[in-house]
Design a binder for this molecule. Structure first.
Ligand SMILES: Cc1ncc(C[n+]2csc(CCOP(=O)(O)OP(=O)(O)O)c2C)c(N)n1
Ligand SMILES: [Mg+2]
Length: 675
């Protein structure tokens, strides 16, 4: 039991820290946004007092009180706010990204609602560990309007996860009162109840009440009875962001503010427990705070060069390539084998995605794996890609190795916040103290009416984001080796598979092996043109190279394999030989990978190319569904042959040699719709 005086002491300390921040903020040395919790301390303190240091906490933009209540290091927090090397994120995070993993405060991030599924993922880890660890995630009333929070509540309830959702309802989201954002007849707790989560309401300004209700909730969580949602009624005293009072600017009244101020959590606590702090104790807190500010101010800034560190976690090495043998299997079978091996090699790995254990097993790529590894390690997910990506991230930063699959890349777009703001940045913004060993498989559709929303190839988008690896193998051999390598990598890897590759075959060793996640591959040598193929387009390039060979033009075909990092050195050394470059992609040329490759080549070479470089890409419009309109949308080997022949002054008639399908919307006659 935590004594009432201890609760009061903790709240007083937090109040004094934040008052000092508010006092010094106008000096313009804390040059990052600060969201102060003055007036809201009881929720943080009452709740964290019910936790053990080994329990995990997460928070959002208004996180100082949560961090300190959970035992976070004060000096590291202030140094972080001052942007110093000694800060808990080495200056990369600032006030909105605090972490102290030793104290169990895993992390805070300021995209509203976005940290909630990550905390749920940590709760999945906690459940799997089976040591009785619980997770708490703090968020505001505004977050209850975010879809991802509802997705998270649903999943936590579904899996009975040991997580306490702590909603600090301070009635406002910046300047917007609750009544313009949520229906009057439905309380915040009602929403959680609707998801099947047990709810508890508490006076968030009464630390004793919060503490005793939190103790009961945490007790239940440790018994495994499923998530609990606590709605904590409270009020922030200062402006949303910054150190001042703003009751005069018109969004809330002085009368309302004074009413809440009379319900000061510190005063309520002192009254209820007849407890007060001795002047000497207050003095000791003041001295601690003074010392922490002095240290933060005098500590050095990080070397600006360190800004480049921790974009990616250290990569695991790949071994020598194995004897290839003679066994030929499909790309889909190779993916299945890779996942099988990763599940067998790492007890902490798991596979999830819509349809993963269904009778078709993601086009055969996950067949039989649930039967082999059980429902805990291979499972279907709710139709909630955004939260499930957050769950994957949260479990990854706490020690698991998830592989998440999307049957179409287009579906992953609803999780763009989690991929871009969270997965890509977590390692960086927390200064390398955590990593995100996560693989996201995305399948790129084509043909049989995939249309505008089942066919997009957005590797250029993803490659634009520092912190994401993007790979696109085009053979069964590479698919297996690169998926095993991805599952063993410590950074998020986006693994893009073209649907038309799934039935292609190549020789694939039975054993485990890794293929580098940063190297392209020369798959045909030639002196006349460097032809770079991306994913499925590599097959078209090979076909074109064969036919151009008949015309006496020797093509060097490079299978790009990885988009981030781009193995530009290999392409440049090929162009140094051929002095011509053509890039073929199943994406738009504008701001695309083909443009990037050609720019990089031009920036590096100090000789003239013999022909203008060429991008062979998609038309600059979405893919129409009707095969009549989709027919000429994708470049084929015919286009490549014609364009390269022209570089050599050979004029060929414009033709489309539809090898196997007069509709042009299936790779061959064996691969029949629907797919
Ligand atoms: C997704 C997203 N949209 C908008 C913002 C800008 N923003 C920052 S805090 C905030 C209000 C959040 O209100 P609430 O969740 O109630 O937390 P409080 O600030 O009241 O503690 C907003 C809109 C953001 N950070 N993230
Ligand atoms: Mg609020």
């Amino acid at each position: 039991m935590t004594a009432p005086l201890e609760l009061l002491r903790s709240m007083t300390r937090i109040r004094m820290v934040e008052e000092e921040i508010a006092k010094r903020y106008p000096q313009q040395q804390m040059r990052c946004p600060v969201h102060l919790s003055i007036g809201q301390e009881a929720a943080a303190v009452g709740l964290c007092a019910a936790l053990q240091p080994t329990d995990w906490a997460f928070s959002g933009h208004r996180n100082h009180a949560h961090y300190l209540a959970k035992g976070g290091n004060l000096k590291a927090m202030l140094a972080e706010i001052y942007g110093k090397a000694t800060g808990c994120c080495g200056g990369k995070g600032g006030s909105m990204h605090l972490t102290d993993q030793a104290a169990g405060f895993i992390g805070a991030t300021p995209i509203v609602g976005s940290t909630v599924p990550i905390a749920v993922g940590a709760a999945l880890t906690a459940q799997r560990e089976g040591k009785g660890r619980v997770v708490v995630v703090f968020f505001g009333d505004g977050a209850m309007e975010a879809g991802v929070v509802h997705e998270s509540l649903n999943f936590a309830a579904l899996k009975k996860l040991p997580i306490l959702f702590a909603c600090e309802n301070n009635l406002y989201s910046v300047y917007s009162p609750l009544e313009v954002r949520q229906p009057e007849q439905r309380s915040i707790s009602d929403s959680a109840t609707g998801h099947g989560v047990k709810t508890v309401q508490a006076d968030g300004n009464n630390v004793q009440e919060v503490y005793s209700k939190a103790c009961a909730a945490v007790h239940d969580l440790r018994q495994g009875s499923g998530p609990v949602f606590m709605e904590l009624a409270t009020y922030r005293w200062l402006e949303h962001c910054g150190p001042g009072y703003d009751n005069d600017i018109g969004y809330r009244t002085e009368v309302e503010f004074q009413k809440w101020k009379q319900r000061d959590p510190l005063a309520i606590s002192a009254q209820l427990a007849s407890a007060f702090l001795e002047p000497a104790e207050i003095d000791a807190i003041r001295q601690e705070i003074e010392a922490a500010f002095s240290a933060a101010i005098s500590d050095p800034f990080a070397d600006p060069a360190s800004a480049e560190l921790h974009v990616f976690a250290p990569a695991n090495v790949t071994g020598p390539e194995p004897e290839r043998g003679t066994r030929e299997i499909t790309y889909a079978e190779a993916l299945r084998e890779a996942q099988d091996i990763s599940l067998a090699n790492f007890d902490n790995s798991y596979l999830m995605g819509l349809g993963v254990p269904d009778p078709k097993g993601i086009f055969g790529t996950t067949l039989g794996l649930q039967e082999k590894y059980g429902e805990e390690r291979v499972f279907d997910i709710p139709l909630a890609e955004n939260a499930m990506t957050g769950v994957a991230i949260g479990s990854a930063i706490t020690g698991m190795r998830p592989i998440l699959t999307h049957q179409r890349l287009d579906f992953a777009l609803v999780s763009i916040d989690q991929i871009v703001n969270q997965a890509a940045k977590w390692h960086y913004m927390f200064n390398g103290t955590m990593s995100v060993p996560l693989v996201i498989r995305m399948i790129i559709g084509r043909g049989w009416g995939q249309g505008p929303q089942h066919s997009q190839s957005l590797h250029a988008w993803f490659a634009h984001i520092p912190g994401l690896r993007v790979v696109m193998p085009s053979t069964a051999y590479d698919a297996k080796g690169m998926l095993i390598a991805a599952a063993d990598d410590n950074s998020p890897v986006l693994f893009l598979e073209h649907r038309w590759l799934h039935n292609t075959t190549s020789i694939v060793p039975e054993n485990a092996y890794k293929v580098s996640l940063s190297k392209s591959s020369i798959i045909r040598e030639g002196n006349d043109v460097t032809l770079v193929g991306i994913s499925y387009m590599t097959l078209e390039c090979l076909e074109a190279a064969k036919r151009l060979g008949d015309l006496g033009i020797e093509i060097e075909v490079i299978d790009l394999r990885t988009v981030q990092p781009l193995d530009i050195a290999s392409i440049i050394s090929s162009v140094e030989k051929t002095r011509r470059i053509v890039v073929v992609d199943h994406a738009e040329a504008t701001c695309g990978v083909s443009s990037e490759i050609i720019s990089c080549v031009y920036e590096s070479i100090n000789f003239c190319l013999k022909s203008k470089p060429k991008r062979i890409c998609l038309a600059e419009h979405p893919l129409p569904t009707s095969y009549a309109m989709a027919r000429d949308y994708y470049p084929r080997s015919d286009d490549i042959v014609r364009i390269i022949a022209e570089m050599f002054g050979i004029k060929l008639a414009s033709f489309k040699n539809l090898v196997s399908s007069s509709f042009g919307d299936q790779p061959n006659s064996d691969f029949t719709g629907p797919f």
